[in-house]
Design a protein around this ligand. Structure first.
Ligand SMILES: Cc1ncc(COP(=O)(O)O)c(C=O)c1O
Length: 422
């Protein structure tokens, strides 16, 4: 059944729209690195859609970020399968680039890192009652606590193992999300201090997270910073002696040196994407992920023949279309229908019609010589390629979501590993 629903009332696009979407410069044939590098390696032969992950770029990004915060430790944030890039290869590349800590949201992510043999200091921060704190303590994972119950569960797991657990107390300095807020901070600090005295936990860190670090001028940035250092003082006055204080995500690492503290915790910037797209600076970072697909079919369609579900695109001239075997099951947003930018056949264009579960269509234009098997680049970092940020702009989201939403069935093809270099 066709997916005809309320959103089908969206206006129908035409080939003239697709042409207007590409700028006149884009309409020129673009000789790009991706043309030159059209992958023919055995790894990508026969793949419908894949993500090339440039580990050398990741390593270089870590070096670039480290140089911005040379006095701080570097926690590579590798949660959510390393923002869709692949947990273990990214964690290893980050360590090669100089990361000294790893950060993950969930315990299973942290367990996967340890079970793969990575021994670097590792913090994980999201838990619920009943979380496997024993498994974390056995694996020497640092744990975050935002409430007294977390401390109690960690303490009883540590006591049962005869170990001392390392805990980072999280203070909500104004994000209004995780962490202890206001008077709850005082209670958390006092509770932690008394449990620490029993010898089953050590409070090794105090930390917080920004609400508006992506708006460098936002007044809450400095206010949160001030509140953070007050919270640290309060903890010290309660007898705690944290070894590290940390609050800087990518944006703060890039634009707020005063927030670097003992550890910076960049995520998105490590993957080569800017957390502050409104700032006209790439900070010397290189996108790590390039998403490509191969045309599965090329065929002629007459003017007036609607394309894909709901006929949301109708060419107004006789044309040639290509079928791209990537859909929302692969992470291509459905609301990229008619707007998702592409580089195909050396030209910039946009998706034609509706994005389906496994595929979408591109209007290759009258007389196109494209053939099945030709490479389509959805986003990447080479000249002429659309960026993840352009996809984010086109679909009203952020680049974080564009890369992280990539489906599990999209193979990640790693390039730039140490063995690849001469
Ligand atoms: C607690 C924490 N620290 C650091 C980061 C990294 O943030 P970013 O990707 O903006 O650098 C995140 C990601 O959202 C996070 O949740």
């Amino acid at each position: 059944m066709n997916q005809i629903d309320a959103s089908d009332a969206e206006r129908t696009a035409t080939s003239a729209d697709a042409e207007r979407t590409a700028t006149s410069a884009d309409a020129e044939r673009i000789a790009t690195a991706s043309d030159a590098a059209t992958p023919t390696s055995p790894e990508t032969r026969g793949l419908t859609v894949w993500a090339e992950i440039d580990l050398a770029a990741l390593e270089a990004n870590v070096r670039t970020l480290r140089a911005l915060a040379p006095a701080s430790e570097f926690m590579a944030v590798v949660k959510a399968d390393a923002y869709g890039h692949g947990l273990l290869p990214i964690a290893r590349a980050a360590l090669r680039g100089g990361a000294t800590w790893l950060g993950a949201a969930q315990l299973p992510e942290a367990f996967a890192l340890r079970d793969a043999g990575l021994t670097t200091r590792l913090l994980t921060w999201l838990s619920v009652p009943g979380s496997d704190f024993s498994g974390a303590i056995e694996r020497d994972i640092d744990l975050s606590a935002s409430a007294p119950w977390v401390i109690d569960e960690i303490a009883s797991a540590a006591a049962a193992l005869g170990r001392t657990a390392r805990v980072h107390l999280k203070v909500d300095t104004g994000l209004g999300r995780g962490g202890a807020y206001g008077p709850d901070w005082t209670s958390l600090v006092q509770h932690a201090s008394s449990v620490e005295a029993a010898g089953v936990i050590t409070v090794v860190g105090i930390w917080t997270h920004f609400a508006h670090a992506d708006s460098p001028e936002h007044p809450t940035v400095l206010a949160q910073q001030e509140r953070f250092f007050e919270a640290v003082t309060e903890a010290e006055q309660a007898g705690l002696r944290p070894e590290v204080r940390h609050l800087a995500n990518s944006a703060a690492t890039l634009v707020h040196p005063s927030a670097h503290a003992d550890i910076v915790r960049p995520g998105i910037a490590m993957y080569g994407l800017t957390p502050v797209p409104q700032v006209d600076d790439d900070f010397g970072l290189h996108p790590v992920m390039t998403l490509r697909a191969r045309l599965a079919l090329v065929k002629a369609l007459p003017a007036g023949q609607g394309v894909s579900y709901g006929h949301a695109y109708v060419p107004d001239v006789d044309t040639v279309v290509g079928l791209v075997p990537a859909g929302y099951a692969d992470g291509v947003p459905r609301n990229a229908s008619n707007v998702g930018p592409l580089l195909v056949d050396g030209r910039r264009t946009t998706i034609a019609g509706r994005v389906c579960m496994d595929q979408f269509v591109v209007d290759l234009g009258p007389g196109s010589q494209a053939r099945a098997g030709d490479v389509v680049t959805l986003f990447g970092g080479a000249p002429g390629e659309p960026s993840a940020q352009e996809w984010a702009d086109a679909t009203d989201t952020i680049s974080y979501e564009i890369v992280t939403r990539l489906g599990a069935r999209v193979p990640r093809v790693y390039v730039g590993e140490p063995g690849d270099r001469t």
